[in-house]
Design a protein around this ligand. Sequence first.
Ligand code: CP
Length: 306
Amino acid sequence: HKDLLEISQLDPDEIAHIFETAARFAEVNQRPIKKVPILKGKSVVLFFAEASTRTKTSFDMAGKRLSADTFSLTKSGSSLQKGESLKDTALTLQAMNPDAIVIRHWDSGAARFLAERLDCSIINAGDGWHAHPTQALLDGFTLHQVWGSFAGKTVCILGDVAHSRVARSDVELLTMLGARVRICAPRTLLPAMVQTWPVEVFSDVAKACEGVDAVICLRLQLERQQAGLLPDLREYACTYGLSPRHLEKAKADVKIMHPGPMNRGLEIASELADCGASLVLDQVASGVAVRMTLLHLYLTRARISA
Ligand code: CP
């Protein structure tokens, strides 16, 4: 494929290759001099119509560490603010002949819209509620670095699944790699399609965490809640915010993850976010290595071919 729009475009062999390459880039990222000349002369546009700290910075850092030129465009600093359409914005960017556009947009399908119209590689950095494939790859890579294999592992995804593109992409990736996946959420925050997913669905957090090897907490997406359906935040924190009591029957070496940004004390107890079992900052570090890998693969078509 020329584009990375969702996890289903990849197969387990391609994901294994991404993890192997990312492990090598993770080592490069530990060196005093981290820059390598692999993408010298290539240009990457970071088109972020929605806010981002981790994804945007790590793609920028990834591109620069590979010696590509990166150019940032955000909603507030672009002509989207003046009402320019996504199509015209895309055609304008295309006319500058970049090698890739990394796009984050509030519309599910925005990345595909660009991919179908532009010649350069499109990498989906999160589109609406649909997909966040690079987050799933970095989550999978983080766990792979700890476990080596997903066979026999159970992962619980906890929280606002309905509005979470991370949950959708994580379910696709983790099940493809052989993990069992549980979803735990209040009924109002489960997507209608959840019955068609290859997951077990829970509403009780302690039960959902029994015997699990990892819990991925999701951000309560306050900005995407439908009018009148916003849960009572104190009740949500008490019932669905991950706390040590929920993990009493989890595996002794359970790992705790969160894609960020975290609402501490709402979907995750602060002490868990900072404890030895937390992989939250490992996920961030993995993000740079995984995004270096993806830019390398998609800009040189080294292995993932059309
Ligand atoms: N996980 C994630 O996508 O974080 P940002 O919104 O900060 O990029």
